[in-house]
Design a protein around this ligand. Sequence first.
Ligand SMILES: Nc1ncnc2c1ncn2[C@@H]1O[C@H](COP(=O)(O)OP(=O)(O)O)[C@@H](O)[C@H]1O
Ligand SMILES: [Mg+2]
Length: 411
Amino acid sequence: MGDVTRHIGLSLGADICWPLCFEHMIKRLDLRIPHGGDTVRFEVERVTIEPFDLRQPVKYDLVVDRLTHWFHTSREWIKKGILMDDLYVFNNPWSIQANEKHTSYCAMMKLGMPIPETWMIPPKGYAPGPDVKPTLQRYAKLFDLGKVGDTIGWPMFLKPYDGGGWRAVTRVKNAREAWKAYEESDTAVMHAQASVEGYDRFVRTIGFGPQTHNVLYNPDAPLHDRYTMETDFLSREDAEHLRKVTLTINAFFGWDFNSCESLRKGGVWHPIDFANPCPDSQVTSLHFHFPWMVKSYLRWSIFCAATKRKMARTLDWEPFYQVAAMDLPYAEKLDRYAAIADARFETARFEEFCAKHLGHLDEVASEFFTTAEAKEAVRQKVTALYPAHEVERFTELFWSRIQAWRAAGCP
Ligand SMILES: Nc1ncnc2c1ncn2[C@@H]1O[C@H](COP(=O)(O)OP(=O)(O)O)[C@@H](O)[C@H]1O
Ligand SMILES: [Mg+2]
């Protein structure tokens, strides 16, 4: 019984702003959390990239990872840590590797979510290989994209089956436009998806452990204005519905953090993009919502590390399938999926933990986001993304939006 230190590793690439804020704020929180007779303290360190012995122990209790989806050395080091050293990582690297947007559509369709009608289309081009020609000659059927569009209904979206960053997403209104977009899609495997036309709300819900945050999204605005600063755009019922949808997806795939885009039409929420397991965390897009994101990183990391929460190394889909098979309306199934999710994310225990040990976090955050260190974190991110002559202007813009967050009572 005494002081124990939990080591939190940050596995980072281009991230600049949130890690700086995370590091500053955890110092300011100055935590000494009683747990199981010990007093738990925290140390945060950035994970370096270097050769490693597979049997060499990992020093971290928890790693917050932002690299798995593209940086394989880190991903494999993380897997080794989970398999051999009882490491807790968000997000589960196997789940990121295996579950593309396509899989997420299929699974949530099966669970009954109103995902727009979606087809998969074989690619236009192929990387050369000895088996390509015989395979295609024997088995690839000629198809008419126009007929697919007639079946789905126009307009529709052509977009890569694995999504990400708005790459190669085209809204097409007729067969001619569809063929053109297809010709340009090269080797990408594409989806054709019915467009949700005339929606009255577009919401991006960020989920972090059991925490969720809804942002009214404007897809037509320039990047720095897409996350709007609206705070009063959802009824309690709608917010609760989106919470359930997002936590269901995240619990199903074992993603501790993720975001879910949903469009509301005729009172029905259609999720359209919810496989984002390394969700945008940059002040340059989140601005007003950035402090919420940093606080969520802190709360969930501290909770998982302090309590030595066990990471689910394998996914367990069966309980969701059991509910899906019941003869119940979708709303009742969703309640049951969300109950599974709340159990997996330990929502009640987490809230109790935060109330007991992190009661000062809001005040620390509100105070921190007035400091020169916080502003410097914003400036560094802006400097990395914007041309030199725009750095000052955009630093001030994002900073003013963070101040607007403070003025709005830190939602
Ligand atoms: N079915 C759809 N109905 C309406 N808009 C859509 C649909 N699919 C995509 N979009 C629009 O295209 C954007 C990018 O598509 P999305 O599926 O989110 O791809 P990405 O994975 O690249 O973010 C969405 O944010 C939305 O504005
Ligand atoms: Mg998207």
